[in-house]
Design a protein around this ligand. Sequence first.
Ligand code: ADP
Length: 476
Amino acid sequence: MKVLFAASECVPFFKSGGLADVIGSLPKALKSLGIEVRVVLPKYQTLAEEFKAMLTPKAKLNVQLGWRNQYCGVEEFEYQGLKYYFLDNEFYFKRDSLYGYFDEAERFIYFSKAVLKALPYLDFRPDIIHVHDWQVSILPLLLKAHYSNDFFYQDIKTILTIHNLEYQGVFPKEILPDLLDLSYDYLTVDKLEFNKDLNLLKGGIVFCDAVTTVSPTYALEIQDPFYGKRLDGLLRSKPNKLKGIINGIDYSEWDPEKDSLIYAKYTGETIEKKLANKIALQKQLGLKKDPALPVLAIISRLVSQKGLDLVECVLNDLLKRDLQLVVLGQGEGTYERLFKEAAKTNPYKVSTNIRFDNELAHRIYAGADFLLMPSLFEPCGLSQLIALRYGTIPIVRETGGLKDTVLSFNESSQEGNGFSFANYNAHDMLFTIDRALGYYNLEPYWSNLRKTAINSDNSWVNSAKEYQKVYTSLLV
Ligand code: ADP
């Protein structure tokens, strides 16, 4: 079985969030099941020089978008046993960051079209194209609309994975003829129309052969108006097309036993060495060096989805507790200011790091005692999975993948790998943090909790098999 992943980011080349982790790790897990997977990505200019130097040119072609005729260089690269293709066009991708430009529709419709155009030049005819998120979600329709008479493309199946329904790619309807080379016949409520505009993610849901999202609970939640972001009706009408498959994490990248970025390596059996990581973290961040203080971490995009208004609401109360708060993230100004201000007024207690910093993230996962993730909604969430792997106890709201992966600690049965609360309420969160702090260093509970956390299985093994089942169902 041959599967081509098409996505807008992938570890270790480009990352803005969890999507990149999934594209970087799921193909490896699928490969170990005997599936031949390749990955196609835009060649952003931020690709590290060491990788750029290893690319081999494969083909040069032109891509038509309405009246535009754009160049596409196909470049190839084998990395850790997997083949990657990078599609080169400096007009669209020679920019400082991955996203956030005025011509996002044009950039990613170009990419979707370029992937299809490049297929015959790859020496790899996929049985399935697996597209991810709105950036590539229009590819299944383009395949059907523009290539159905071409023998090479016939019978190629498509699957869309929704990593976050919040981001749908909604653009003015004029892009139908102008960029997609499609007629206004597609501007109907059962196809691409969305409040008189055009919705690329909706196009994916309607025209691909299967849809998955990244946790079973999120798959149910998005069929409800609260979480459905105005696509709940469409998703409810296709119950057999939608499946929730929980994400895993790359156990070779996130491994406290082998992690060269952390101060002291450890396993479940030597978890007491985590303390050395905490002391090193306190030192690095200029916090009070006190191993007895619990360290609560937030490693997250600083956006409202992540429940940060709950934190804002009770931050002053929270900081009256005997703890240290470490924040790593960037995003909306109000949250960046909130945490910067807190660090300014409590320099030995709060460390705020407004940037994307993978090395520091590793050190925080290793050195912190708790990870706070009170998300309003969370399709899967990877930070809590990484925290578990490092024996750092997650405190989460019961939504999406957080609900599927964190089981709240039960004192009498001693089951559970974290703490959780259900209502989106700041004082419920604070109560749950207090509950968690109550078990900090309290034996035998604390040891059992950390043991259960570090032994939680969030590898890709089971989830890759679920994807394999979906692929197989498309090919019968
Ligand atoms: P999302 O995809 O919504 O951003 P996830 O929890 O699924 O959230 O994935 C977030 C990923 O990005 C995790 O691997 C997390 O460690 C990482 N991350 C988030 N913010 C930062 C940051 N500022 N620096 C380094 N890594 C970060």
